[in-house]
Design a protein around this ligand. Structure first.
Ligand code: EPZ
Length: 432
């Protein structure tokens, strides 16, 4: 397995390009199961391990799906009989569960392995199951698989509420089922993350009838069939945010291109509070970091448009070098703090109290060997390595490769001193 070696202290300057959104692409690829025999073309999809896993799942489910030489993914349904998403694939990527809704809606049956545990916390799929049941599916768990059966699904009014609010992939699953259900479905408390909006836009291009896109109330009029469609996925707001934090951390001056400022409001707001200068042009966010210290700030992760949990670890690195005490409260995954002990090894002073982390800014970090535990924690450790004095070795970076396209090469091109080396001794574990 590869690891990264970073020498900290270089300012990031120049222009960095953001890829298409992984978390938008995965449900959109699952939605291609809903098409009749006509092909779909999905553009701007990042070439990531999670995406390749989704293509494997689609192939297993009788859909020809692959990257073309032009970087576009083309899909065509070849065989509608398979209904099983096997454990060997689902266990490597939780988002595989997104095939559940389309399978039961289109093929009347689904057998999808339960994804199992995950380092960022307990991640049940009870709301996905509740929604599909409300649409008339018979659904249960047998031998580690969710088994769902239905004749044609029937519209329903569904309230998608759980202990931590709504659910992003749960909303995607139910939406993908409702578009083929008979009658009008109302999904209350739907997630309104940009990735759900992008999926809705794709479904509309396929012929679905959806009102309320971008709100917490989706109204879906079921149709009999959906056709192929051509779609470009939105830019990855989390990758953009990660690079913007990297610019701030290193006191750099970075133009983050293909970044949608309207998807990054919560981060831009925190930046203005702590003293990071930003300016926004059409498709670009420019971040000018300060050479002096930043003010501390409290951050609470919340569903969109609140501060995203997927930027919490990266933001914590920035607050670790701020001048004062910050509190980070994690409201989506209260246990998503695996990066804290690793950052402490680099000199950060962070005390964890339940879903809160209290961060005493220390001004500087020191390089150390650290271990990545999940995708965003890995990104945070790389950012810490870029600003730390001395050498940081980030192990298990295969997590990063699941969610960031060529992160090391992109950072190197704007001045970072980061190298990838192959370490054959490290073994792979299941992903998030
Ligand atoms: C999506 O996961 C993202 N994954 C995650 O990104 C992201 O962290 C998360 O949304 C929150 O924004 C993809 O889009 C592929 P949820 P998802 O269902 O949909 C609870 C990354 O780093 N819940 O919105 O699985 C759940 O435990 C990843 O790219 C239930 O209780 O998240 C959590 O506390 C990691 N029952 C909260 O809801 C359910 O049935 C939100 O989870 C479903 C969820």
């Amino acid at each position: 397995m590869d690891k990264f070696i970073c020498e900290g202290g270089r300012r990031l300057t120049g222009t960095i390009e953001v890829s298409g959104s992984k978390n938008a692409a995965l449900p959109i690829l699952a939605a291609t199961l809903l098409a009749d025999k006509a092909p779909c073309a999905i553009r701007g999809v990042p070439r990531l391990r999670d995406v390749l896993t989704m293509l494997d799942i689609l192939n297993e489910l009788g859909v020809d799906a692959s990257f073309g030489e032009d970087g576009v993914i083309r899909t065509r349904v070849r065989n509608e009989r398979p209904v099983t998403a096997p454990y060997k694939l689902v266990s490597t990527m939780r988002a595989s569960v997104c095939v559940l809704g389309p399978l039961v809606a289109k093929r009347r049956q689904a057998r999808v392995s339960l994804p199992g545990g995950c380092v960022i916390g307990v991640r049940p799929i009870d709301l996905h199951m509740k929604g599909l049941k409300a649409l008339g599916a018979e659904i249960g768990v047998e031998h580690g698989y969710v088994i769902a059966r239905a004749r044609r699904l029937k519209a329903s009014r569904i309230y998608l509420g759980g202990a931590f609010g709504s659910t992003v992939t749960g909303t995607a699953n139910i939406l993908m089922a409702a578009v083929l259900a008979e009658g009008q479905t109302v999904i209350e408390n739907a997630a309104c993350e940009p990735e759900v909006q992008d999926l809705s836009d794709f479904l509309v291009k396929m012929g679905a009838k959806i009102e309320g896109i971008g709100t917490h109330r989706l109204v879906v009029d079921g149709v009999r069939s959906l056709h192929g469609a051509d779609h470009t996925v939105i830019p990855d707001r989390i990758e953009a945010g990660t690079f913007m934090i990297a610019a701030a951390l290193t006191g750099g001056d970075l133009r983050v291109r293909n970044a949608r400022a309207d998807h990054l409001g919560a981060l831009l707001d925190k930046f203005s509070e702590i003293g990071v200068h930003t300016s926004v042009r059409r498709n670009e966010c420019r971040v000018r970091g300060s050479r002096r210290t930043y003010a501390p700030v409290d951050v609470t992760t919340l569903p969109y448009p609140g501060f995203p949990t997927d930027l919490q670890a990266q933001m914590m690195v920035l607050l670790s070098i701020a001048d004062g005490i910050s509190v980070v409260t994690e409201k989506i995954y209260p246990d998503r703090f695996m990066h804290v002990p690793e950052l402490s090894r680099m000199g950060a002073q962070i005390r964890k109290e339940g879903p809160n982390a209290i961060i005493h800014g220390v001004g500087w970090l020191s390089g150390a060997p650290v271990m990545a535990s999940d995708l965003r924690a890995s990104a945070a450790l790389i950012l810490a390595g870029l600003v730390a004095r001395g050498t940081t070795e980030v192990r298990r970076v295969y997590h990063v490769d699941r969610g960031y396209e060529k992160m090391d090469a992109k950072l190197r091109a704007v001045g970072a001193n980061i190298e990838r080396v192959v370490d054959k001794k490290l073994v792979e574990v299941a992903g998030d």
